[in-house]
Design a protein around this ligand. Structure first.
Ligand code: G3P
Ligand code: MG
Length: 249
C-alpha cells in the first residue's frame, strides 16, 4: 500500500458532535460531546451558494432548520438567519449552522479531534473537497491532531489526497463494495468506515489484513460495540457516545 498517514483514533467518536443530545452539526453538539468526555467527533461539511464551508448533513434545509430548499442555494449570510437548533429542542433555539472555521475554533477551545466528512451536493464533489481541504490546511491548529477526512464520494477523497496529502483518508460505505482493496490502494485509504448492519466479521478481518483500519457507524449500544471491537473494529461513531464511554473510554 502507498505510504499515507494512518492515525489511531479513540474507540468512541461522537457522531455529528453528540447528535443524540444536541442538534447535529452545531457548536452546541460539539460542546455537548466534549462535556460527555468524548475526545474525537465527526461532522459533515458542504458548501453554501457563496462557497463557504458549512457544517450540514442533508442537501436540504427542512429537517434541521426553519428554512426551505437546498443548502447550496443559500449564501452563508442567509444561512446565518436560520434556526438550526429549535427543531431538536426549545433550549437549542437560535443555534446556527456553523462554518468550518467556527467549528475548528470550537474544537481548539474544547481540545477535540475530528473526522471531517465531506458531504457534497450532487455535482460539487471536487469543488467541495478542494475548498474544505484548503480551509483545513489554512486554519487547522498545531495543538490538535490532524483531522481525518472521510467521504462516501471517492472523487472527494482523490481531491483531498492531491490538495492535502498529509491528511489520513477514510472511505464511508453502506456496504463493503466489490473492489474495495483496489480502492483502498489507489486512494491511499487509512480506513474504511462501514455501516454496522451490513458489516461481517470476515470483512473486518480482510480489511485489517490489507492494512486498512475499520470503523463502524452508528452504534449506541454497548453490547454491539463490544462485539465489533472483538472483530477488530477500531472505533465506532455514536449519537450517544456517553453510553459507550462507560465501558470503553
Ligand atoms: O462518518 C460516518 C457517518 O457520519 C456517515 O453517515 O449519513 O451520518 O454522514 P452520515
Ligand atoms: Mg457523517
Amino acid at each position: 500500500m502507498t505510504e499515507t498517514p494512518h492515525p489511531v483514533l479513540p474507540k468512541v467518536i461522537g457522531h455529528r458532535g453528540a447528535a443524540g443530545h444536541a442538534p447535529e452539526n452545531t457548536l452546541a453538539s460539539l460542546e455537548k460531546a466534549a462535556a460527555l468526555g468524548v475526545r474525537w467527533v465527526e461532522f459533515d461539511v458542504q458548501l453554501s451558494a457563496d462557497r463557504v464551508v458549512v457544517l450540514f448533513h442533508d442537501e436540504r434545509l427542512e429537517r434541521t432548520t426553519d428554512g426551505k430548499g437546498a443548502v447550496a442555494d443559500w449564501t452563508w449570510g442567509d444561512l446565518q438567519g436560520l434556526d438550526a437548533g429549535g427543531w431538536f429542542g426549545a433550549v437549542f433555539a437560535g443555534e446556527r449552522a456553523p462554518s468550518l472555521e467556527q467549528a475548528v475554533a470550537a474544537l481548539t477551545r474544547l481540545g477535540l479531534g475530528a473526522v471531517v466528512e465531506i458531504k457534497p451536493c450532487a455535482g460539487w464533489e471536487a469543488e467541495t473537497a478542494e475548498v474544505a481541504a484548503g480551509v483545513l490546511k489554512e486554519i487547522w491548529p498545531a495543538a490538535l491532531p490532524p483531522p481525518l477526512v472521510s467521504s462516501f464520494k471517492e472523487e472527494c477523497l482523490e481531491v483531498v489526497r492531491r490538495v492535502a496529502p498529509e491528511y489520513a483518508l477514510a472511505l464511508n460505505v453502506f456496504k463493503l463494495p466489490r473492489g474495495w482493496k483496489q480502492k483502498a490502494r489507489s486512494l491511499g485509504l487509512a480506513a474504511i468506515h462501514c455501516r454496522e448492519n451490513k458489516l461481517t466479521q470476515k470483512q473486518v478481518g480482510a480489511m485489517i489484513a490489507e492494512g486498512v483500519t475499520v470503523r463502524a457507524f452508528c452504534i449506541d449500544d454497548t453490547a454491539r460495540a463490544e462485539e465489533l471491537y472483538g472483530w477488530g473494529v477500531e472505533g465506532v461513531f455514536s449519537d450517544f457516545p456517553d453510553r459507550l464511554l462507560v465501558v470503553s473510554p
